[in-house]
Design a protein around this ligand. Structure first.
Ligand code: ADE
Length: 211
């Protein structure tokens, strides 16, 4: 799942350029029994299986470094934001634990997890996807990962507004024209138009951001 993403994407290029390094580990490698078990049934009953303490704690203890941030991806974590992505980009070393099955033994959280993050109010079958989302959003804040540094400043969420509509050639397509102001060359007017569009769109789609 991860190898393709980390080699093909913008993240792949960032790794090649040594702007970031990603190591993927398989918890099963820290299982000690014959069947390499990593999960078990929950005490007290309930549906599904839980990840067991021993292999998960051993895996994290094997990869952690002094001062690293150990994060568990879980739908009951703190909602992930752009601000969090920016903060994580400043860290030297992150350890991301992605859950499988119904969750993990609470004692894993209590001993080797510093922080819990949710990427949204929905449940994925595989927390690995959530880890990829966090890595991708975080990596954009590492200097040099984005081609043009300035592409960060203009975007959604740096000013807590949604993005303005954008157009490229042709100036007319299927009877739809590009707004005049964008062809005017008047940069003050263009800025004004873009800000107005951002506010309008944000009011329509995400009024919560304006509060
Ligand atoms: N694992 C499963 N669903 C998740 C979510 N929404 N966020 C983070 N990790 C998850």
């Amino acid at each position: 799942m991860l190898d393709g993403f980390f080699t093909e994407s913008m993240i792949g290029r960032a790794c090649e350029a040594k702007l970031l390094e990603i190591k993927v580990r398989n918890i099963r490698d820290w299982a000690t029994d014959k069947h390499r078990t990593t999960d078990d049934r929950p005490f007290g009953g309930g549906a599904g299986m839980l990840m067991k303490c021993e292999p998960v704690v051993a895996a994290i203890e094997a990869v952690q470094t002094i001062g690293c941030r150990r994060i568990y991806l879980t739908p009951d974590g703190v909602p992930f934001t752009s601000a969090k992505a920016e903060e994580l980009a400043k860290q030297d070393h992150l350890v991301l634990l992605s859950g499988h099955y119904e969750g993990i033994d609470q004692r894993i959280r209590d001993t080797v997890i510093d922080e819990e993050i949710s990427i949204g109010d929905y449940v994925l079958t595989n927390g690995t996807l959530a880890a990829v989302v966090v890595i991708d959003a975080m990596a954009r804040f590492i200097p040099g990962v984005l081609g043009e540094e300035k592409s960060l400043t203009h975007e959604s969420f740096t000013r807590k507004l949604l993005d303005f509509p954008q157009y490229t050639r042709p100036a007319e397509y299927r009877g739809m024209s590009v707004p005049e102001v964008l062809l005017s060359g008047n940069h003050t007017e263009i800025e004004k138009w873009r800000t107005a569009q951002q506010e309008k769109k944000t009011r329509q789609i995400r009024p919560d951001l304006l509060k």
